[in-house]
Structure formats: C-alpha cells, structure tokens
Design a protein around this ligand. Sequence first.
Ligand SMILES: Nc1ncnc2c1ncn2[C@@H]1O[C@H](COP(=O)(O)OP(=O)(O)O)[C@@H](O)[C@H]1O
Ligand SMILES: CC(=O)N[C@@H](CCC(=O)OP(=O)(O)O)C(=O)O
Length: 298
Amino acid sequence: MIEKANILIEALPYIRRFYQQTVVIKYGGHAMVAEELKESFAQDIVLMKYIGIHPVVVHGGGPQIGRMLERIGIQSDFCAGMRVTDADTMDIVEMVLAGKINKEIVSLVNRHGGQAIGLSGKDGKLIEARKHHVFRYQGDDRPPEIIDIGLVGEVQRINVEILEVLEKSNIIPIIAPVGMGENGETYNINADLVAGHIAGALKAKKLILMTDVAGVLNKEGELISSMTVAEAADALQDETLRGGMIPKVQCSIDAVQAGTKKVHIVDGRIPHAVLLEMFTDAGIGTEIFKKRPKSKKE
Ligand SMILES: Nc1ncnc2c1ncn2[C@@H]1O[C@H](COP(=O)(O)OP(=O)(O)O)[C@@H](O)[C@H]1O
Ligand SMILES: CC(=O)N[C@@H](CCC(=O)OP(=O)(O)O)C(=O)O
C-alpha cells in the first residue's frame, strides 16, 4: 500500500508545477498502433485534465493516409519528409485526418470520461497556412532548385482564440493538421510542425511528441536523453537525423525558441508514455531545452 502512496507523492511536484499550465501532445500515426495503447493514451489525457492541466492534442496519421491511398490506387511520394499532395490526395488526407482519425480520438477521450472536441485548422480559422516550397541545394554557385510539392502547407499563423475559449472550459481540443489558405485552399501540413507552432503560440509549458522510436538516436543508434537547442541544431546539420525525425527536431527547436520550456520526444509504443513522462522522476525519451537544467525538477 505504501508503494502506491509513494507513486502518488512522487507525482506531486509535477502536478504542482503543471497545474493550470498548457501541455501540447502530438500523437503520431506510428504511435497509434495497438488498441490498448490508444486506450492508455486517452486515459492519460483525461487524467491530466482532471488534475488541472490543459492538454491540447495534435494528431498525425501518415501511415493511415498511406494505407487509404493504396486501397484506392493513388500513388504517394515523399519529398524532404513531406507527402507530395495533389488535389485527389488532399481529399483523402482531409478525410482520413479530419474525419476518421480525429473522430476516433475524440470518441476515445470521451469514452474515458473526458470532454473532447475535434477541430481541423479550418475550424475557427485555427491554422492559417500558405503553400510550402522545397528548396534543393545545387552548389554554392547556383540558386537552389525550387520543387513544387502541391498542396503542402506551412503554418503562417495560429489563431489561439478558439483554444483559449476551450481552455477555460473543461473541453480538450483534438486537432487535425489541415490548414486553410487565404483564398480558402486546403493544405496538408506535417503534424509535428503544427504541434510545434501551436505549442509556441500558446506558450505551452511542454510539448510531447509521441513516435515509434525510443527518442532521438545518435549515429551509433544509442538514445540521446537530452539536447540543448544548439546541440539539436548541430544534429540537424550533421545528418544524425533522417526522414520523420527532421521535422520533429526542427519543430522542437522552434517551439523552445518561441517560449515552450521543454520538448520531449517519447516512444508512444510504451503504455502510458505521457503519464510516465509528465509525472515520474525517471522520464523517458529525449528532452530538448534551451539551457541544460541542474535537475529534472527544474
Ligand atoms: N536519429 C534518429 N533518431 C530516431 N529516429 C530517427 C532518426 N533518424 C530517422 N529516424 C526515423 O524517424 C522516425 C520517426 O518519424 P515518423 O516516421 O515521422 O513518425 P511519426 O508518425 O510518429 O511522426 C523513426 O521511426 C525513425 O525511423
Ligand atoms: C505534408 C505531410 O507530409 N503531411 C502528413 C500529415 C500527417 C502526419 O504528419 O502524420 P504523422 O505525424 O503520423 O507522420 C502526411 O500527409 O502524412
């Protein structure tokens, strides 16, 4: 019995520190694997809300979009970690993200006693976006090649008003990374980048990125348990990071620069990864922050 009490007491300093604070959680498509993991994720989010923390969930769904495109025979290509998105692909992306996945998470959170509302970037003009171009380096003496990857967007502005209204209530926002252009265009945006921008705009205390690896790995494949933003920027330069880890680390740096205290990249395949990260001394995954703290409790 005393062990159970000790576990709760261990959580007390963290509960005090995050009371009434905003925490953004990015739930990656690769972390949405087994049913019991989805349940434990929803429980963690509901528990956070009940103890007075304001969780904001941004979800991905890359693998699920890929499977749907395959089912209906649309080929899908990636360029610099982004899905090349033509109009037909955009329709599927929006259906899968803002329709299927968003409502599945809303329903899970609600079944576990929370009150969740699903939003895409179009709702309340939450995510204003513009077309994203990829620039390919062609040598010092030539201008970069500009590659058109279709309806892929980059965040121009996050209108936090709707989130602030929800924060004052008991409602948990669940956000799909679909952006809205100036002339009503629909844009497909990498979910990590959306989560980073939302964390920055809300001055969230913490951003948790849930994925399918232990955290950021070094060239030897070992876990890097903490990085300053300067070390993270070096890792982006020296090609330690590839594929999906690039936008994660880039958005972590941006979020910290915008005022988020810490970013955690954690393994969403561990049950209750969010709870373990938030409320235990052990901590999991990789944390990214401005300056190295003297202790985890800082
Ligand atoms: N240095 C690295 N450390 C960890 N993961 C890396 C690294 N470089 C590339 N990756 C890849 O990044 C992937 C996570 O990104 P992504 O596939 O976009 O996941 P998610 O759907 O969770 O956002 C990992 O599964 C791994 O294959
Ligand atoms: C432009 C772009 O690549 N958008 C992503 C959006 C979903 C996403 O980011 O999902 P994960 O977090 O699960 O990878 C895509 O189409 O797959």
